[in-house]
Design a protein around this ligand. Structure first.
Ligand SMILES: Nc1ncnc2c1ncn2[C@@H]1O[C@H](COP(=O)(O)OP(=O)(O)O)[C@@H](O)[C@H]1O
Ligand SMILES: Cc1ncc(C[n+]2csc(CCOP(=O)(O)OP(=O)(O)O)c2C)c(N)n1
Ligand SMILES: [Mg+2]
Ligand SMILES: [Mg+2]
Ligand SMILES: [Mg+2]
Length: 319
């Protein structure tokens, strides 16, 4: 049987590449874009920040929960967020798309539109990629960034007495996941937070300029991710729940679902907020809120001085 004309198989690999790469305007930093064996990018700093994350249908997103455009946005956003978490400015993304033969070509085109839309929000473009056949939809994105002559902000520089702060939202994507998981599609604000995060890209370089001592983005859950800073920095970290913002919207959704909104904030991932430590409260840039303190080594990650009773964040193969 011949493949459906509108499918990726019916369209053909090279026609599809032409369709999804044509008519795009590359930023000036992409010296040579898609079409050759590799792209050529400017690296003004002389060092390149590089990160990659893979997203799999059914694990990270579902096409019956999100539009292809939202899925494309998310795949790029979670990667650009890691660039920001190093204190760097995004400079480019490269994207791998694997999909089954009957996938409508329009779905791939819309995913690419979403990828371009999110890349553009951060001032970059898609400078290359790959398109392959697979049993399910998989998106693999590599993001590159520029340190602009600053030192990278690692997970390893927090010291006891530092202030712990956050930029961006916590708990929203987890609330959205709970809503979607129960078959609902509203409220759209939390559902959209799950479909596509809005990481505060600018807050990364801003924190680096302000002297942040450690930083990372929250992908797996606040407490789980803070444990990586605690380990790498050999410190303890205490989160103060009194400083955590739990919006009325999150409260409402939690009440409706019989869930605990604080648990979403502490253990839910995927909002890609940035958490960072600063030497003093006075160093916090605008948009950063204090949510705790760095404590002495050995105490681990605590909540209001105590161990948190509930299970931690996302870990692949453990769900
Ligand atoms: N297959 C792999 N090969 C090499 N490094 C990896 C691999 N998987 C993960 N890492 C590295 O381990 C670190 C932690 O990964 P991860 O938890 O996925 O970070 P993030 O949550 O920021 O995406 C990162 O520095 C990442 O590059
Ligand atoms: C269909 C579906 N099921 C479950 C989740 C929840 N979920 C999937 S991956 C993940 C954690 C983040 O993904 P990961 O691959 O660990 O990214 P990284 O930490 O490497 O940035 C969460 C909370 C989801 N987003 N979609
Ligand atoms: Mg990762
Ligand atoms: Mg990260
Ligand atoms: Mg993870």
């Amino acid at each position: 049987m011949s493949p459906d004309e509108g499918s990726v198989a019916g369209t053909g690999e090279f026609a599809l590449i032409r369709r999804i790469t044509g008519g795009r305007t590359q930023p000036a930093s992409t010296l040579l874009g898609p079409g050759d064996d590799a792209a050529v990018l400017a690296a003004p700093d002389g060092r390149v920040v590089a990160t990659t994350d893979v997203l799999v249908h059914g694990v990270h997103f579902r096409l019956d929960w999100s539009s292809p455009e939202q899925v494309g946005r998310k795949a790029v956003a979670v990667n650009l967020s890691d660039v920001a978490a190093m204190g760097a400015k995004p400079s480019s993304v490269l994207v791998g798309v694997a999909c089954p033969p009957d996938t409508p070509a329009s779905v791939v085109a819309e995913i690419m539109d979403g990828m371009w839309a999110e890349a553009s929000r951060a001032g970059v473009g898609v400078s290359g990629g790959d398109l392959v056949s697979a049993d399910q939809l998989v998106l693999s994105v590599t993001a590159l960034g520029d340190l602009e002559d600053r030192d990278p902000v690692t997970r390893g520089g927090a010291r006891p007495g530092d202030v712990l702060a956050v930029a961006g939202r916590l708990g929203w994507a987890a609330a959205g996941l709970a809503v979607l998981g129960r078959g609902f599609r509203s409220p759209v604000s939390v559902v959209n937070a799950q479909r596509c995060p809005e990481p505060p890209y600018e807050a990364g370089p801003q924190a680096a300029r302000a002297g942040a001592t450690a930083m990372m983005d929250v992908s797996d859950g606040l407490l789980a991710d803070l444990a990586h800073i605690a380990d790498a920095s050999e410190v303890g970290i205490d989160v103060h729940t009194g400083s955590l913002e739990i919006s009325t919207r999150l409260q409402e959704v939690a009440t409706a679902l019989g869930a605990d909104p604080l648990r979403w904030v502490l253990t839910g991932g995927e909002d890609h907020a940035l958490v960072a430590t600063f030497r003093s409260f006075d160093e916090l840039p605008e948009g950063w809120r204090k949510i705790g303190m760095v404590t002495m080594p050995g105490s681990g990650v605590t909540v209001d001085g105590k161990e948190y009773g509930h299970a931690g964040g996302w870990e692949h193969w453990q769900q």
